[in-house]
Design a protein around this ligand. Structure first.
Ligand code: FAD
Ligand code: DHB
Length: 391
């Protein structure tokens, strides 16, 4: 079997790349380890930057996003008993859209299949070969039969636990793990406020978000080795009530828990993001902690760059954009890595917190909500910095 671009992984990065390439007349095949049902149900990110929404529109997959996505022109920061709203639209002239990652994935899968795209699920034993030459290959097992895909390029969009990154020799891996994790729930309960709330509390961080006017998404800071079995629903609600409470009478709306999980928190960057004819995109090359919701947005920014670089190669014979891919992508990655680390450190309670570090964190938050320049800096990053290179 032969294609132009072989893509490993049907997460947001792999699927969107396949769609953006197909719009330029470039063929691809996407190989995914999990089932279609599994990838469409995996509950993860939910906040889309302004540019991500634009990119999904350009990709022709934003019909449902435009109908059902919740446009937020502000966000709330809660600490020391008070809630402060940052007016994103007023600060930077743009907001964010709340729309679940699994909905983006469903829309992309539907669009690819409608257009006759080649997406293969439940693929085992994916292996990459000949990445240094002009004809890299992917071997795999599909329904117990061996398969082989000859490509011009291989894109590793196979997430943090994928196999692609290991094929970049001499790479440098930068890593930071945080001394906490997030316990997240999806609840059949109307969100208590129309915009996201980031809360710093002496008992730890809490986040109130949503997926629709009827479904809330909530997170609690927990220990990195926390056992989910120790958290029956009532304990989760009690902790959320405590940490999200304020002096202004905020009341959480509660309901049936639809999904529950623990997310470890780490920052990770692997450089370079390419080797020979292998290009990495999204979580395969970098991870940010979820505070600030940058993970999926970075994956989209990577494939936007890649689709333009591959387009310039196939349609214009240019190799300069491909050669510059790592450098261009990493500039945005490091900005988001810093932003996510900053948001995370400012809003969480470190296990070794003491009265001094607690006051410093509060002073920092106070600065963010009272200084227009600090609020603007947060808003610029949160809503997404403009793409550097739009060819
Ligand atoms: P992924 O979505 O991980 O997709 C990679 C795909 O590759 C997967 O479908 C995987 O099954 C497949 N794959 C892996 N190995 C192979 C192989 N060998 N062969 C074939 N296929 C393979 N971000 C936020 O912004 N906010 C959040 O609240 C948030 N919560 C998260 C919760 C969890 C539990 C996790 C894991 C991530 C979360 N993120 C969050 C991060 C965000 O979801 C990711 O940044 C985003 O999914 C990256 O997309 P991707 O396509 O690069 O990778
Ligand atoms: C959500 C996730 C985030 O990481 C965040 O910063 C805000 C909202 C969410 O899942 O809705």
């Amino acid at each position: 079997m032969r294609t132009q671009v072989g893509i490993v992984g049907a997460g947001p990065a792999g699927l969107l790349l396949s769609q953006l390439l197909s719009l330029q007349g470039i063929e691809s095949v996407v190989l995914e380890r999990r089932s279609r049902d599994y990838v469409e149900r995996r509950v993860r990110a939910g906040v889309l930057e302004h540019g991500t929404v634009q990119t999904l529109r350009e990709a022709g997959v934003a019909k449902r996003l435009d109908e059902e996505g919740l446009v937020h022109d502000g966000l709330n920061v809660r600490f020391a008993g008070h809630t402060h709203r940052l007016d994103l639209a007023d600060l930077v002239g743009r907001g964010v859209t709340v729309y679940g990652q699994q909905e983006v994935v469903k829309d992309l899968i539907a669009a690819r299949l409608d257009a006759g795209g080649d997406l293969r699920f439940e693929i085992a034993e994916t292996a990459l070969h000949d990445l240094d030459g002009q004809r890299p290959r992917i071997t795999f097992v599909e329904k117990d039969a061996a398969g082989e895909l000859d490509c011009d390029f291989v894109v590793g969009a196979d997430g943090f636990h994928g196999i692609s990154r290991q094929h970049v020799p001499g790479r440098t891996e930068y890593e930071h793990t945080y001394p906490y994790a997030w316990l997240g729930i999806l609840a059949d309960a109307p969100p208590a406020l129309p915009e996201v709330v980031y809360a710093r509390h002496p008992r730890g961080f809490a986040l109130h978000s949503m997926r629709s006017p009827a479904v809330a998404r909530l997170y609690l800071q927990v220990a990195p080795d926390e056992d989910l079995a120790e958290w029956p629903d009532e304990r989760i609600w009690a902790e959320l009530r405590r940490r999200l409470g304020d002096d202004e009478g905020f009341r959480l709306t509660e309901g049936t828990v639809l999904d529950k999980g623990i997310t470890p928190m780490r920052s990770f960057v692997s450089a370079p993001m390419q080797h020979g004819r292998l290009l990495l995109a999204g979580d395969a090359a970098h991870i940010v902690p979820p505070t600030g919701a940058k993970g999926m947005n970075l994956a989209v920014a990577d494939v936007r760059l890649l689709s333009r670089a591959l387009g310039a190669f196939y349609l214009g014979g240019r190799t300069d954009l491909l050669a510059a891919y790592t450098e261009t992508a990493l500039r945005r990655v490091w900005r988001a890595t810093h932003f996510s680390w900053w948001m995370t450190s400012m809003l969480h309670r470190a296990p070794d917190e003491n009265p001094f570090t607690e006051r410093l964190a509060t002073a920092q938050l106070d600065w963010v909500v009272s200084s227009r320049s600090m609020a603007t800096a947060l808003a610029e990053n949160y809503t997404g910095l403009p793409y550097e290179q739009d060819w």
